[in-house]
Design a protein around this ligand. Sequence first.
Ligand code: NAD
Ligand code: WQD
Length: 339
Amino acid sequence: MTILVTGGAGYIGSHTVLALLTRGYDVVVVDNLCNSSEQALVRVQQLAGKALSFAQVDIRDKAELGNVFQQYNIDAVIHFAGLKAVGESNDKPLTYYQNNIQGTMTLLEVMQESGVKTLVFSSSATVYGEQNPPPYHEEQAIGSPSSPYGKSKAIVEQILQDICRAQEQFKVASLRYFNPIGADVSGLIGEDPNGIPNNLMPFVSQVAVGKREKLSIFGNDYPTKDGTCLRDYIHVTDLANGHIDALAWLDKQVNGCCDAFNLGTGNPLSVLDIVQGFEQFTGQKVCYEFAAKRQGDLAAFWADASKARTELGWQPVKSLKDMMVDTWRWQSQNPNGYC
Ligand code: NAD
Ligand code: WQD
């Protein structure tokens, strides 16, 4: 089977491409490299011992994307390409809607014209919004996420539902990721954010490696066990494997379908759990201070991960120790990322 992976040079995409190649799939990556490096793909091929095809294309460019679909015999698409910085999306909503919604619509048009009917979509726990109480489960209605980023994910999921209603044979799995962290066990690929990291884990590891002075922990009086926010951190390799299970599940569906699955562990951890876990499992000190709450942060959310287990047969196997040790191996071996 040949899988087209949009955004395959990025953090989650590169780990998923590695998992695909390792399991015997052929892979075509489409990425405009706006938030990634081709070096990630060089390393993925090195790790897999197998070549992939790469086209540096923006998914909003319908003609170029169409050429890729003409050139290869694509069986299914995994769609990671998009912008993901929640704060930035508040400042540049149009850019986010163009990339995440318009980009997906162009991809769907090209898929339709090429007769490709199977899609795995990178969604997010953020689609539950603040109205739904945790643990989030898939039967809860999509909420009203506060950021344009979150809205773009919720809107795309709804567009996909409409397309599946209109086209009988279209098959879609929307995977709602919780908080992906960690890196491949080799230390060769990992998360390489541009500039100052927005997310907790890369900030922690950059403090440990000496690139940042100290971590600001956003808020210490939330109604949680230690006053810091609770999240469901999931190892990126477990997450990557969830995409393979979703492809296998879609392959088994006789009729068209549109379904959503949480990919999380179901185990909430606080910001302090992460800082202390990192220190304990890597032996590295993480300087931190408590700071004001970050606007838009929810006190706590985590997954009810039972649907992915029962229907996809997917279960995370990596521990907190794996998440910390693998993050540190990547960060310490590549202090400047892929540069
Ligand atoms: P990433 O930025 O590392 O990867 C996204 C990739 O898409 C990058 O390689 C980027 O260059 C590419 N890209 C962006 N816009 C493009 C366009 N118009 N055309 C072609 N390529 C384009 O991000 P990631 O963390 O790997 O996330 C992958 C997907 O998962 C995203 O859709 C993101 O919204 C979603 N997601 C991420 C998280 C997370 O915490 N990392 C959580 C939930 C959902
Ligand atoms: C985790 C916790 C922060 C940085 C975001 C998106 C979500 C999804 C994953 C894409 C929070 C705290 C963080 C720091 C801190 N992405 N923190 N100091 O906000 O749960 O989720 O990324 O879909 O949609 O909203 O992840 O890693 O930014 O934060 O104290 O420097 O760490 O307040 O409690 P978040 P995060």
